[in-house]
Design a protein around this ligand. Structure first.
Ligand code: G3H
Ligand code: 13P
Ligand code: ZN
Length: 323
């Protein structure tokens, strides 16, 4: 058993206490490779932002779970060496089984998500409660989910959005004992969040649902998944340098800023990182077709990621200078 405390990690529950009071959201950034992790850490050190490092089960399969957690451990040492004391949580994103959550808790994660949103309400409660009971014995935080986002959640695809029913949240939180709750108010995973007809603009998120949830469980930490804004400059760069991403569109930044000032304590961003990295790599390949040293294209991609994460912390989440 490796405790997150030995690694110097913080729980998400602890991060949310400050985020609620300070009216900002902590970034939940996914990583599955070295350059992403380096960029996240560098950007959060430079902006003095707390951060939640997220590992999905897809990331565990891709990069090897042991390597990923040791990378997170290394990141903690780098933060110390830089003389920074930003708070960091290591979080399992979209855990789908009790066993996976237990494995993460036993190997140093400070927070896990058990995503029972595809199950019926009562089955979701039973599964989530079981994870909470184990996690809380070890001082680890748990995120649950009610409502289903359209799109792809770690290899599970959902065709339609099922908004969270506010009338279910009190019972869910009470019966499960979760520390935070992911809700569905119109965001979705990936780079194609809305199907727009020509001339149409992105529909607003369902702030009415969010407000009703806040009214029913005041001060309880809410999480927004699928919150990349699918930054148009990166989509344009990808298309300019040989890619093809037609109609990629995300959540407008002003809506995310509004959410971050509410009970939303964590905003999950993965796709924007993928886009920034892809855009920069495509640019290098297009402009320097003879380049074959990975450091010469992954390095610029990492610099672009640092810029993007800093921008998010400062302008979208409000998490800069909060750690
Ligand atoms: O919500 C899903 C995250 O973006 C993780 O994606 O399962 O492809 O690693 P992944
Ligand atoms: P995006 O696909 O919008 O970046 O969402 C990421 C996410 O929710 C990770 O859990
Ligand atoms: Zn998600």
């Amino acid at each position: 058993m490796v405790s997150y405390k030995e690694i110097g990690l913080t729980t998400t529950a602890d991060l949310y206490v400050k985020a609620i009071k300070g009216k900002y959201a902590v970034p939940g950034y996914n990583f599955n490779n070295m350059e992403q992790l380096q960029a996240i850490i560098q950007a959060c050190i430079e902006t003095k932002s707390p951060v939640i490092l997220q590992v999905s089960s897809g990331a565990r399969k891709y990069a090897n779970q042991t390597l990923l957690r040791h990378m997170a451990k290394g990141a903690m040492e780098i933060i110390k060496e830089a003389g920074s004391n930003i708070q960091v949580a290591l979080h399992l994103d979209h855990g789908d089984t009790y066993e996976l959550c237990v494995s993460c808790i036993e190997t140093g994660f400070s927070s896990v998500m058990i995503d029972g949103s595809a199950h019926k309400f009562d089955d979701n409660v039973i599964l989530t409660k079981k994870v909470v009971e184990f996690a809380h014995k070890h001082g680890v935080s748990v995120e649950g989910e009610l409502g289903v986002l359209a799109g792809i959640e770690d290899e599970v695809s959902h065709e339609a959005t099922h908004y969270t029913k506010p009338e279910e949240v009190e019972e869910f939180v009470k019966r499960t004992g979760v520390d935070s709750l992911a809700i569905s108010i119109g965001t979705s995973h990936g780079a194609y969040k809305f199907k727009l007809k020509p001339g149409e603009s992105v529909p607003p998120l369902r702030f009415d649902i969010l407000e009703e949830v806040e009214r029913r469980i005041p001060g309880f930490p809410i999480v927004l998944h699928g919150a990349s804004s699918v930054m148009p400059e990166y989509v344009a760069m990808i298309n300019k340098y040989g890619g093809k991403m037609d109609n990629a569109v995300g959540v407008p930044e002003d809506q995310l800023r509004r959410a971050a000032r509410s009970a939303v304590c964590k905003i999950n961003i993965d796709s924007d990182g993928r886009l920034a990295m892809t855009a920069k790599i495509r640019q290098v390949f297009a402009e320097k077709p003879g380049e074959f040293d990975p450091r010469k294209y992954l390095g610029p991609a990492r610099d672009e990621l640092i810029k993007m994460y800093k921008y998010k912390n400062i302008n979208v989440l409000g998490s800069a200078n909060q750690s």
